[in-house]
Design a binder for this molecule. Structure first.
Ligand code: HEM
Length: 389
């Protein structure tokens, strides 16, 4: 933890920060590595090493209601443990992977006859949710309802959701009576500590998978696709060497993570931070720390060790990393396979925005082949010869 404290410095709420926080992050890292941001109401930590240390510091707790298991009710706590339990891990990844792949191709093919589309509204915002709906084995018509629930606040952490419980209830009852080979059946038959998961816990796992997918992964996917489309040579490299996709994904998460700020509450006084104060760990600032990453503003899919903190660190490290990765890998592959001419709409460069959650709000793309060049007046000075037979 840095020993410097300062008040009256720059603030996350300064004008323009929501559109581009990176100049402010540079100032913070360089001059105010630990500073109380009065308008924002939190102590800001911005250097990579300090953010990493803060995320692992037991004196800094995740504020409730929040991700810390200590703050979750028993159903949600079980749900969270189930996500990382070996019973769930055995069959679930394959079922989820199949759901993501299938859904990515369905969504990409829907765009195939179009000339232009907005990838955020028509691909990124649907893929993570629809993929989990498909893997759970819910009917396709449930996708729109689940999507609406996600948008209405089924957030990153799942939790109690009466509407989701009502939607899933009949499906859970059916799987309990007659399990199939979908993810919901796997959850209904999984055992934790020798006991089956309760309906509440099954709904909780589904809520976490859908809630995180509905928001954070969708935002990360939008940034990832925008980064690659903005760097066509690197996109070509990924196209030719698909094994680079993981690096490209990690690089987007480092350079512009979808969760920029992770909050903590000080359980006791730590240096100048009083007990009870809120601390903001700035993941976006950490990802561009030149002490940790060479030329940090550059997007570089060849970077050897991205090692960023976009998924957090320590006790609350995100359990959804492989699902998020699957979404990126299959999403990109489906788009490149089905839409070989995919490119940005020339001249249209909407950029990312958002202070805590950040991503491009739209991503207009051209899908069809480029229009043939119009014949130029000079190109045909002579009339074309008609060969006599
Ligand atoms: C690119 C996509 C994602 C990113 C960038 C991301 C990021 C994060 C971060 C930074 C944290 C740590 C929060 C903290 O320390 O307080 C976290 C926690 C969490 N994430 Fe994700 N996440 C992503 C996708 C997912 C997915 C797909 C799931 C679904 C399984 C998920 C479920 C969770 C849960 C349950 C926690 C709480 C962990 C705990 O408190 O122990 N996330 N995520």
């Amino acid at each position: 933890m840095p020993g410097v404290s300062w008040t009256g410095g720059p603030s996350l709420l300064d004008p323009g920060t929501e559109l581009d926080p990176y100049p402010l992050y540079r100032t913070l890292r360089g001059r105010y590595p630990l500073v109380y941001d009065e308008p924002f109401g939190a102590w800001l930590i911005s250097r990579y090493a300090d953010v990493r240390a803060a995320l692992a510091d037991p004196r800094l707790a995740a504020p409730g209601p929040g991700p810390a298991l200590a703050h979750l009710d028993s159903g949600a706590r079980d749900a969270h443990r189930a996500l990382v339990s070996p019973a769930f891990q055995e069959g679930a990844p394959a079922v989820l992977a199949a759901g993501v792949e299938r859904t990515a191709y369905v969504l990409a093919r829907r765009l195939a006859s179009r000339q232009e589309a907005d990838l955020v509204a028509e691909f990124c915002q649907w893929l993570p949710t629809a993929a989990v709906v498909s893997a759970l084995g819910l009917p396709y018509e449930a996708t729109a309802r689940v999507h609406a629930l996600c948008r209405a606040g089924l957030d990153h952490l799942g939790g109690h959701h009466p509407a989701l419980a009502a939607l899933l209830g009949p499906h859970i009852a059916r799987r309990r009576a007659q399990p199939g080979d979908d993810l919901l059946s796997l959850l209904c038959t999984a055992r934790m500590d020798g006991r089956p998961l309760s309906d509440e816990s099954v709904t909780g796992v589904a809520g976490i998978l859908l809630g995180a997918g509905g928001g954070t992964t969708a935002r990360a996917l939008a940034t990832f696709l925008a980064d690659l489309l903005d760097h066509p040579r690197q996109l070509d490299a990924v196209r030719e060497r698909p094994e680079l996709t993981d690096r490209a994904w990690a690089e987007s998460l480092r350079r512009d993570p979808p969760l920029q700020v992770v909050p903590r509450r000080a359980l006791e006084a730590i240096g100048p931070i009083p007990a009870g104060a809120t601390v903001a760990c700035l993941l976006g600032a950490a990802g561009r720390d030149p002490e940790r990453f060479a030329d940090p503003d550059r997007y570089d899919v060849f970077r050897a060790d991205p090692g960023a903190l976009a998924y957090g660190s320590g006790r609350h490290f995100c359990p959804g990393t492989s699902l998020a990765r699957l979404t990126a890998v299959h999403g990109l592959r489906a788009l490149l396979d089905v839409l070989p001419h995919l490119c940005r709409v020339p001249g249209d460069r909407p950029s990312a925005e958002g202070l805590v959650s950040r991503s491009p709000r739209t991503l207009p793309v051209r899908l069809g082949p480029p229009a043939p060049a119009a014949p130029q007046a000079t190109a045909r000075r002579d009339p074309p010869r008609v060969r006599a037979r």
